[in-house]
Design a protein around this ligand. Structure first.
Ligand code: SF4
Length: 382
């Protein structure tokens, strides 16, 4: 399919850039108004962006069925209104390609339904579990692994609904790490988040809680002092966030990350490798360096999961391997994530990387380093 731009004398839209404020608390309720005013319709998109015919068809299809549209005014302000290749826009504006399926596409690529051990609780590893507390997000990402269940309208899960999950965790003390996810947990009200964390903290075997959230990217206004203070009593809490492009590291987003780090939350970042968004080592180097400056560790570079209708956003495995080899030696270790493939069916994550081993013989390994030179490493004598 060829990508074009709708012809027409004048655009329908009036882009209104959101002023970037220094203090997120200048308007502590700003996040709620961002959520209320999120663009959710084709008409709303047309008012802000000049849609290509393919985007328009994708948006109409999404409005009828499929993954819904939601883009906060803040995140929309990062989209180029004219450029269909804008890396921010590609993440959130539907495309006609979403209707295409290719071999290997899956509705539930990580086999979460077959690993559900209690309602809303998924266990794929012995020592950790994933708790899905809501289906809502500030933005709906077109590549979302959980597109089958996000934005269905069910909303935050009630305490009653989550009770069997808490009972399961209590009965399985080998689970020490719970990832609170969804949807986006930080899109819920603060008291509701606090109640979930409180219930988890009443289970002595749960040592670590992780909050998986794209809020620092899509709605950094949500990282208020009130939120940070409400989360702090439940430490140790790790924040797993999801920046994909350096354009997302705005003044507001950087303020949000700093605020989390200042309150003692280790912040780790997952970046999903996406075609036309960040499949370029220079773009990723800028992103990873920017994250480290804000004390956020680039944790995983994820090969995009084979979610149905996302092949136009995915890259071949070789792209990730090439990027990792270009970054190795060029970025400090703290800025270099692991490249991970989450294997289809939920059978586990596999770290991948370029091979530096040229040959092996007993007691000696020959490496080719990132400088392109070969060198022998000798084992100690037996
Ligand atoms: S914020 Fe996360 S859960 Fe929500 S649509 Fe995006 S990737 Fe999916």
């Amino acid at each position: 399919m060829t990508e074009g731009v709708t012809a027409g004398p004048e655009p329908l839209f009036t882009p209104e850039p959101i002023p970037l404020r220094r203090s997120l608390d200048a308007d502590p309720e700003g996040w709620a108004s961002q959520l209320r005013n999120a663009v959710r319709t084709v008409q709303g998109l047309q008012e802000k962006l000049r849609l290509s015919p393919e985007e328009l068809a994708g948006a109409r299809a999404a409005e009828r069925a499929g993954l819904p549209i939601s883009i906060t005014p803040y995140y929309l302000s990062l989209c180029d209104p004219f450029d269909v290749a804008c890396p921010i826009r590609r993440q959130v504006v539907p495309h006609a390609f979403e209707a295409s399926e290719v071999e290997g596409d899956l509705r539930d690529p990580l086999g979460e339904e077959s690993h559900e051990v209690a309602p809303e609780l998924i266990q794929r590893y012995p020592d950790r579990a994933l708790l899905l507390v809501t289906d809502r997000c500030a933005v709906y990402c077109r590549f979302c692994t959980r597109s089958r269940i996000v934005g269905t309208g069910a909303g935050p899960r009630s305490e009653r609904r989550l009770l069997p999950a808490f009972e399961y965790l209590r009965a399985h003390p080998e689970i020490r790490d719970v990832i609170v996810s969804g949807g986006d947990p930080l899109a819920m009200s603060t008291p509701r988040i606090a109640r979930v964390l409180q219930s988890l903290r009443q289970i002595p075997s749960v040592e670590t809680i992780r909050i998986a959230t794209r809020i620092p990217v899509a709605l950094p206004q949500r990282i208020t002092s009130e939120l940070v203070e409400a989360l702090r009593p439940f430490h140790p809490i790790w924040i797993m966030t999801h920046f994909n492009h350096p354009k997302e590291l705005t003044v507001q987003a950087r303020d949000g990350l700093r605020r989390l780090a200042d309150a003692g939350f280790p912040v780790l970042n997952h970046t999903v490798l996406l075609r036309g968004v960040n499949d370029d080592s220079a773009v990723l180097a800028e992103l990873f360096r920017g994250l480290v400056r804000e004390r956020t560790k680039p944790y995983y570079l994820l090969q995009a999961d084979p979610v149905r209708g996302t092949s136009h956003l995915r890259t071949p495995l070789d792209t990730g391997l090439r990027i990792m080899s270009e970054l190795q030696g060029r970025l400090s270790g703290i800025a270099l994530p692991k490249f991970i493939v989450d294997t289809p069916g939920g059978l586990g994550k596999v770290p991948m990387g370029p091979s530096y081993v040229v040959s092996r013989r007993p007691g000696a390994t020959r490496f080719r380093t990132h400088r392109g030179v070969e060198v022998d490493y000798l084992d100690p004598p037996e």
